[in-house]
Design a binder for this molecule. Structure first.
Ligand SMILES: NC(=O)c1ccc[n+]([C@@H]2O[C@H](COP(=O)([O-])OP(=O)(O)OC[C@H]3O[C@@H](n4cnc5c(N)ncnc54)[C@H](O)[C@@H]3O)[C@@H](O)[C@H]2O)c1
Length: 324
């Protein structure tokens, strides 16, 4: 009978600290862009008007991870998370199932880690305020992971829901940040050298005309073909645009697909995070330029994070084994 390790969200928080996960996620991105992983585009299905994804990947030296994830925006009114997920993790040689892992926390952790990798290569010398547009669940992890690389002296926040902004302000202040609540995304962005978009918007909330020079923009929202979080001016002003996967962003976000199809952006200008992290492409060209990292999320991140969580949990005796 196979035995699997069950790892909870709380246990993941304890295991996958930024100093461990950022480096591991970076390696997974390099493997992805070297084409040494097996990562088919995720299967998307619509269930009662909500997005569900099935994300599968084999990352050499890590293992096979399969995640079932959904995005239910109306869960905000139910007091439930917008994103819920479950990750299964397998041994690539024997095919045996090894672990069942809570996927909501895992997703937020690995997404924070990817954004931090972008800051490492695209904003290495930047300092100054960080603006966060959309201050829900992901935003907390974005701030924690990105600030491991980028030291923010002030956090400027905007959310259409004041209660979300208020709760985030309290959270960030408890971490020791100085937080300013703004009345619009425009107000938050002005003067910020790092902009993090982590919202559920479908229309642009980051306007290129208001971006500071220099600045680095991280956008993790707008995961639908017709949704955009960034306007055309962001794309026009960017000296470098980096994505998690060229294939995925063309399929899954209006932020890249729409400007490419309208001729505002050429795909030749779009690099992958793994290409930048391995030194094959530049993350930044000048001291005062605008750079953009756009992610929709890749299964390699889940497989690598699951593998690291499984390894550390078994070493430290964390989690519970269950016989199937
Ligand atoms: N790229 C990735 O790998 C990845 C991973 C996980 C989640 N995401 C995406 O991140 C986004 C946020 O997810 P979450 O779990 O934090 O959701 P959430 O519901 O907890 O938070 C989203 C916040 O955005 C706010 N918002 C919506 N429209 C806005 C607007 N126009 N201006 C300002 N704020 C606005 C909402 O009020 C809410 O507080 C979603 O789009 C999700 O799909 C991306």
């Amino acid at each position: 009978m196979p035995r699997v390790l069950v790892i909870s969200g709380r246990e993941l928080e304890e295991i996958l600290k930024p100093d461990i996960l950022i480096g591991e996620v970076e390696k997974a991105f390099i493997a992805y862009s070297n084409k040494s992983t097996v990562t088919p585009p995720r299967t998307v299905m619509w269930v009662e008007n909500n997005w569900w994804g099935i994300m599968q990947s084999y990352v050499p030296n890590y293992g096979v991870g399969v995640k079932v994830v959904n995005v239910i925006p109306s869960n905000v009114e139910r007091g439930l998370p917008t994103i819920q997920a479950l990750v299964t993790f397998f041994d690539p040689q024997t095919g045996s199932p090894l672990a069942i892992i809570e996927g909501g926390v895992l997703t937020a952790l690995r997404t924070g880690a990817a954004s931090a990798v972008s800051a490492k290569y695209m904003a290495p010398e930047l300092r100054g305020p960080v603006a966060i547009i959309g201050t829900g669940y992901q935003a907390r992890y974005q701030l924690r992971f990105v600030s491991h690389i980028y030291r923010a002296d002030e956090v400027r926040i905007y959310d259409i829901r004041d209660e979300a902004a208020e709760a985030f302000k309290k959270y960030a202040e408890e971490l020791g940040f100085e937080v300013t609540k703004c009345r619009s995304s425009r107000e938050a962005i002005k003067g910020a050298n790092l902009v993090i978009e982590a919202s559920t918007t479908r229309t642009p909330v980051v306007e290129g005309a208001y971006l500071e020079s220099p600045s680095h923009v991280i956008s993790i929202g707008a995961h639908l073909r017709d949704a955009r979080a960034l306007d055309d001016d962001v794309v026009r002003r960017a000296e470098v645009i980096v994505v998690d996967s060229r294939e995925a962003v063309m399929l899954e976000t209006g932020d890249i697909r729409i400007p490419v199809e309208s001729g505002v952006l050429s795909m030749e200008r779009v690099y992958e995070l793994g290409e930048v992290a391995s030194g094959r492409k530049p993350g930044r060209l000048s001291r005062d330029g605008v750079t953009v990292f756009k992610s929709v999320g890749l299964a390699i991140q889940d497989a690598a994070a699951a593998a690291v969580a499984y390894r550390i949990a078994t070493e430290k005796g964390i989690g519970r084994f269950v016989e199937l």
